[in-house]
Design a protein around this ligand. Structure first.
Ligand code: AKG
Length: 277
């Protein structure tokens, strides 16, 4: 499936840039199944909470329409959905697909294997949800005792272009771990902010790609969420493959850092935001 990809030069590209784009990593059939499973779980949670879907949302098979509604109606469910979206067989098929494993084998030195994939998570980036937009950070800041990790990121529910707010990567920023400050706020993603002018120091690369393609970036590669000017959320899947063997404490399944927030907390936060204008 990944014929147009040169496995033999993959490691040197990855070591040079801190990431590698992989064309045609997933078939549309594999992604269709994953997307259907995520939509079904999301609808299940909304149903369990007795949230009525407007007709336009109920009739649409596009997960982006559903997530735009969910962010408006029950933003807290994002966290819950993310805890479970990766537990389906469809998600596991993506995490451990043959093509993914051959790319990882090509770029990851043998002494860092076996790698330990964490359950697939997904993201949406929409204008109405700045709480889910990451500032520049290194993933290693949230896994401080794990030396190496390989993060797979790929479009879901459609191609990703500049106007959809792709993830942004800083080329060559993976050579060192940078000091960071943690900013945690209820209902928001935790930020691991860097005190560095990333746009000035590095070339910025947008992760624009058709559905089916993917990018794998190193733990230390600085990245953030780009600005989405389109009407629908940008959705992407993410899988973290961690070198847990070398960590001081062996925790092959790393706990989620997401905090569960109640619906009430989220409502209070949103009305406070509205009052602030
Ligand atoms: O998809 C994005 O915009 C950012 C993803 C990200 O920062 C991450 O998964 O670590």
């Amino acid at each position: 499936m990944i014929d147009s990809f040169d496995l033999s030069s993959a490691r040197s590209t990855f070591e040079h840039d801190g990431f590698i784009f992989v064309p045609h990593l997933f078939s549309h059939e594999t992604l269709d199944k994953l997307e259907t499973s995520i939509v079904r779980i999301a609808r299940k949670y909304l149903g369990l909470e007795s949230v009525e879907l407007p007709d336009s949302v109920r009739r649409s098979a596009d997960g982006r329409v559903l997530f735009r509604f969910m962010e408006h109606a029950r933003p807290d469910l994002f966290y819950k959905l993310n805890l479970h979206a990766g537990t389906s067989l469809e998600a596991m098929a993506v995490v451990a697909g043959t093509a993914v494993r051959s790319v990882l084998n090509a770029i990851v030195p043998a002494h860092q294997q076996p790698l330990f994939p964490q359950p697939l998570a997904f993201f949406y980036n929409h204008r109405s949800a700045p709480r889910l937009q990451y500032d520049w950070h290194q993933e290693s800041s949230s896994f401080v005792d794990i030396e190496n990790g390989y993060h797979l990121w790929f479009p879901l529910f459609g191609d990703i272009q500049s106007e959809n707010g792709p993830m942004l990567l800083a080329r060559g920023s993976h050579k060192e771990r940078l000091p960071f400050k943690v900013h945690a706020k209820a209902g928001h993603l935790t930020q691991w902010r860097l005190n560095r002018d990333i746009g000035k120091d590095f070339e910025i690369v947008e992760c624009n790609m058709p559905r089916g393609h993917a990018v794998i970036f190193h733990h230390n590669t600085v990245h953030c969420t780009g600005e989405n000017s389109a009407g629908l959320p940008r959705v992407s899947g993410i899988v973290r493959y961690l070198d847990c063997m070398t960590a001081a404490a062996f925790r092959p399944l790393v706990e989620f850092t997401y905090t569960a927030h109640s619906h009430e907390q989220e409502q209070a936060r949103l009305s406070a935001t509205n009052e602030d204008g």
